[in-house]
Design a protein around this ligand. Structure first.
Ligand code: ZN
Length: 358
């Protein structure tokens, strides 16, 4: 089993340093403060049961307002690596996600890629190429997946990043079911060999006929393989993928999320995306949160944020930096509306205005 996490990244509130601005404190480096019990950097992944706190359980104050149940959550966006510092500042973000190499090519990032990411004042995670599929029936795809994921972890480790996100993948047409388990076991073994402190974050997917991480049954099977390995692995929950990917989630969101936490223990990162595809449609179409095209109701975002406790949230929505600044603001507002965070600690100033001005 796996222990990851030892930093302020996962459950620490954003640093808001009074008059010195939100990003005055530098992001912690690989230091003793960040190193967990097993030498890993992020807070330990604890397999606790039944710790789901739903919005409706937020106690009401005397004046009828909801009392916040969690410290402010870090909220940010996926940004281009080259301009990450500027985007984080303009978006008033507390966290960022980047690609270390092209997401649509088999190109492992160089060990010395994007050195400036070290100086970002917020925690950063990387997302591996979309081409990666650890469960592919094609051995060449599995080999390239291992190569890209391992290289991404090495680069992320050198940059003191807080995780590398990879999709669960799916067994491709014509391949035997066992290929999925074999491919994941091979990948976890390759990751164990490089012994990076940066953990792998496995994300649930919205599509894939024989997916590895779309339904709870699939996730339970995959986490059996994770538990049998000695690799720091965390879970990344994508709100759009949950909504579009598994009809069981729509049928009973609360039970689904409790079942999820029974399997993965805790959620390390949330991708907060709207869905332009209907519930259970098995289509992966992200939408901006306030867009009319978004079919994912706020309640179903709130319940997922509640299940993710204090894990940082990253929006991966369409449009430009301004659109994503609006989505970041939307997440912070949603948390306040559902009593998930203290609005006074969460949002100061309008990132939208700032982006528009610059
Ligand atoms: Zn995602």
């Amino acid at each position: 089993m796996v222990a990851a996490h030892g930093s302020s990244f996962v459950h620490g509130p954003p640093r808001r340093d009074g008059g010195t601005g939100p990003h005055a404190a530098a992001r912690p480096r690989h230091d003793s403060e960040r190193i967990g019990p097993k030498g890993s950097r992020l807070p330990r992944i604890v397999r606790e049961r039944g710790r789901l706190r739903l919005p409706r359980s937020a106690p009401e104050g005397r004046d009828g307002t909801m009392t916040p149940t969690s410290p402010p959550r870090r909220v940010g966006a996926h940004v281009p690596a080259a301009s990450a510092a500027r985007q984080v500042r303009l978006q008033d973000a507390d966290v960022a996600q980047v690609f270390l190499a092209s997401p649509r090519a088999w190109r492992p990032p160089a060990d010395d890629a994007h050195p400036h990411l070290r100086d970002l004042p917020v925690p950063v995670v990387a997302h591996a190429s979309y081409l990666c599929n650890p469960a592919s029936g094609d051995p060449e795809v599995r080999r390239k997946t291992r190569e890209v994921v391992v290289a991404s972890l090495r680069t992320a480790d050198a940059l003191a990043l807080d995780g590398v996100v990879v999709h669960g993948g799916h067994v491709t047409a014509g391949a035997a079911d066992e290929v999925g388990s074999r491919g994941w076991t091979e990948l976890l073994r390759a990751v164990a060999d490089v012994r990076t402190r940066t953990p792998l974050l496995i994300e649930n997917t919205g599509n894939g006929d024989r997916a590895m991480a779309r339904t709870l049954e699939q996730l339970a099977h995959l986490w059996g393989l994770v538990d049998a390995s000695d690799v720091p692995v965390g879970f990344c929950l994508d709100t759009c993928h949950t909504f579009a990917g598994d009809p069981a989630f729509i049928h009973d969101p609360e039970s689904w999320l409790r079942g999820l936490l029974d399997i993965v223990g805790t959620v390390q990162l949330v991708h907060v995306n709207g869905s332009a595809a209907p519930a259970g449609s098995r289509q992966d179409r992200h939408a901006n949160l306030a867009a009319p095209a978004n079919l994912l109701p706020d309640e179903l975002i709130a319940v997922q944020l509640a299940a993710a406790d204090g894990a940082p949230a990253v929006v991966e929505t369409p449009g430009d930096a301004r659109a994503r600044a609006d989505d970041i603001a939307y997440v912070r507002d949603l948390e306040a509306r559902f009593g998930l965070a203290d609005p006074r600690g969460v949002h100061s100033g309008t990132a939208h205005d700032r982006v528009t001005r610059e």
